[in-house]
Write a protein that binds this ligand. Sequence first.
Ligand code: UDP
Length: 393
Amino acid sequence: MQTDSVTDFLIIGAGFSGLVMAERLASAGWRCVVVDRRSHLGGNAYDEVDRAGVLVHRYGPHYFRSNSPRIVEYLSRFTKWHEVAYTIKSHARGRYWSFPINLNTFEEYLGRGADTAEFEAWLARVREPIARPGNSEEVIVSQVGREFYQLFFEGYTLKQWQRHPRELDASVCGRIPIRTNRDDRYLMESFQALPQDGYTAMFGRMIEAAPGVELHLGVDFTEAKRRWRHRHLVFSGAVDEYFDYRLGHLPYRSLRFEAESFAGEALAARVAVSGKPGFWQPAMQVNYPEAGVPQTRIVEIKHATGQQVAATTIMREFPADWRPGDEPFYPVPAPDARAAYQQYARLAEAEEGVSFIGRLATYRYYNMDQVVGMALAEADQLLRRYGEGDIEF
Ligand code: UDP
């Protein structure tokens, strides 16, 4: 075991939140040690070229999107962007559907052409009037009625969360846009793009840009606390872990991925399904809302990255219960889980000299840009509190 050393900021977790904090603080002249228990940086946004030569998102698809010019401008210091109109499909009743629900979906449902006026009139008949949707079932049935809700949302949500949509916040299914025109993009935000050379390359440049950052991989929180005396701790791990689970475990959802690569004749034959040579399926993501199918989605990220490579890789994604020791992917956005978190939030507030940031430390179902925004704000606050550091580069 290495002997104690000293740093200004000890940052636990080398994902989006930890690395943004490290870059900001180190650029202001502070020494930052960033540790991560995994063997790579980037957290769940980590991407890498697999054995087939395909750039894959190792922990599920990360579709960068934002409405905030400030956040995009900040990240643009470390990457160029590959703009993508993220489009997906849903697979149910033995066929592919245009998804999220839009006019094309309605036409597929009718089996003939239609227009926005007809779709809106139909929706007006089937939607269930609910003035203030209070959960994920209500938010969907109040927009598109019960049949589309059952076809596209109910089974998927049950698989993903092992909870009924009625027991989940309205914001969970409410993330998915519903449109009566032909705009079939998956996301609503004005800026939609991937880092041109991938997330891992972008993170690497963030660290290079701030020479006061020292990165230690394969080091967990307990070891880090022993090794580095510090002025301030930035914690982006799971908040219940920080407190040694003294109030019990918070609920999380986990995921399991199965990757499969295709090339040569096997891939060539798939053009009958994908409609696009070199691809296995017709879109970057296909959702499987039906209960009889174990995966929630299959992602073929090459559609989105635009990588020019002969092979392709698909990732089947299976939701999993979280048990201690597993990777927690999602906090559970539901009233009971939030109440349990609030107990930890009170402990966190009382902690001196510690910042809790990111999805796991604040127990929020945040997108990447929101995490970046949170880290930028926290770094500003720390710089107001501690001033500029004394390292000159
Ligand atoms: N969802 C659904 N059917 C779909 C896609 C999403 O019911 O085809 C619901 C599901 O509850 C999911 C939530 O909407 O967890 C948010 O979906 P999103 O694709 O944004 O989830 P993420 O990519 O964050 O896992």
